[in-house]
Write a new protein. Structure first.
Length: 417
């Protein structure tokens, strides 16, 4: 079975040097996600300040899940139905709505009028286009390059996202929360949305090639995946991989407070350690471009499972940062490798429905995992929840092996999707 690409994939450097528009779009995406990365630290702190009679773990789970709920409905309409909109338009709508809504939430926060229901409601409404925007970023960027450059662009999206969400954002968020308050991070995310808005208007073409080739009566993403068993099975693996990770996000603020005995600064340092590891891992994706991708994906799932298990047995800030950093190194290549693997077997007219469905299926695991993670952490405790997350993810590895190694799809692309 052939699992490695037949054609030579371009390197990061080649892609960045060749196309300034792609570079500009990637830079805008990086800066926008830095604002979102600040919320990783700020929103749990803000939630703990306003949760009232709601249990802290449950309140954190609700706040973390809110941005995904309505955005899932829209993304499913795009991926499973016949509703279609150009990726560029969807991303612009996401930027505008986030900028307006998060500015309003920021004003309420800094004036002391923000309540838990208002925060949850604002995150629900302001993130309607979040999931469609996430898939549109990838579709826009990969549509601006040739097939040989797609792996590098997916990898660069991972590098920028990991650096912004897990290094730059949490560091800046921790400093901002400590010096000015958690509410100011909402303004930072709004500013990031405006930066991405400008980058899309300036760099992204109005009619990317795939959008012009979409059929008048296109197939749904699910119908396309039915013809590709490996891609469909791998979507199940990706869903549970993300679902089982989410209780960690609920447990982490409590782990920092109860076990490490630190506050926002300690949480920011942990996310920074994860981000540094993820940044290194994303950079190494460039070196993995010619390796068989199916075994690589399985290995990532198995090794990441050991991270939360190790974290549960650690009681010092420094050791926890090392464990989380190694986890980031292992986890980072998963998304760019998985999407490159998927896209290599799709026709241009199949890209939007399938990529949006994949993004939806993998991302919808987040709110479900967070909603399950809140009661789990509240009932079982922080350390048992971390161990359970790791053990169940470790059991997912054999399922991943069966899913991607036992079948070969008809009409698949070079990567063997």
């Amino acid at each position: 079975m052939t699992t490695a690409p037949a054609a030579t994939n371009s390197s990061y450097r080649d892609v960045l040097r060749r196309d300034r528009r792609v570079t500009g779009l990637l830079l805008g995406d990086l800066l926008a996600q830095a604002g979102t990365g600040m919320l990783i630290v700020a929103m749990p702190v803000q939630t703990l300040a306003i949760h009232g009679n709601v249990p802290a773990a449950v309140a954190i789970g609700l706040v973390e899940a809110a941005p995904f709920l309505l955005s899932t409905v829209l993304a499913l309409a795009i991926s499973l139905g016949r509703f279609s909109a150009p990726p560029r338009l969807l991303l612009l709508a996401d930027c505008v709505l986030r900028a307006v809504t998060f500015t309003g939430l920021g004003l309420l926060a800094v004036t002391g009028r923000l309540t838990l229901p208002l925060l949850i409601g604002g995150l629900l409404l302001g993130s309607v286009f979040r999931m469609a925007g996430a898939s549109s970023r990838r579709l826009l960027a990969t549509s601006m390059v040739g097939e040989a450059d797609r792996f590098a662009v997916n990898g660069l999206l991972g590098v920028g996202g990991n650096f912004a969400l897990l290094v730059l954002g949490p560091v800046a968020g921790g400093l901002l929360v400590a010096s000015a308050g958690a509410g100011w991070a909402l303004f930072a995310d709004a500013c990031g949305a405006l930066i991405l808005l400008a980058a899309v208007l300036w760099c992204a073409p109005r009619s990317p090639a795939p959008a012009r080739e979409v059929k008048p009566h296109r197939e749904s993403g699910w119908r396309i995946l039915r013809r590709r068993p490996v891609a469909r099975r791998l979507l199940v693996v990706v869903f549970f991989f993300n679902f089982l990770y989410m209780p960690i996000e609920v447990a982490l603020p409590l782990y920092v407070r109860e076990t490490l005995h630190t506050g926002a600064s300690g949480l920011g340092l942990l996310w920074t350690a994860l981000g540094v590891g993820a940044l290194v891992g994303a950079a190494l994706v460039d070196r993995l471009r010619d390796l068989p991708q199916r075994p690589l994906l399985i290995t990532i799932v198995a090794l990441w499972a050991l991270c939360p298990i190790a974290l549960a047995g650690i009681g010092s800030q420094a050791a926890a940062m090392v464990a989380f950093g190694i986890g980031g190194l292992i986890w980072a290549p998963f998304t760019p490798v998985a999407y490159s693997f998927l896209q290599s077997g799709l026709r241009p007219d199949e890209q939007q429905p399938v990529v949006t469905l994949w993004t939806t299926g993998s991302t919808v695991a987040a709110p479900l995992g967070l909603l399950a993670g809140g009661p789990l952490v509240a009932a079982a405790g922080t350390h048992p929840s971390l161990i359970l997350s790791g053990v169940l993810t470790l059991l997912l590895a054999p399922l991943a092996a069966w899913s991607v190694l036992t079948a070969r799809d008809p009409g698949q692309g070079a990567a063997g999707v």
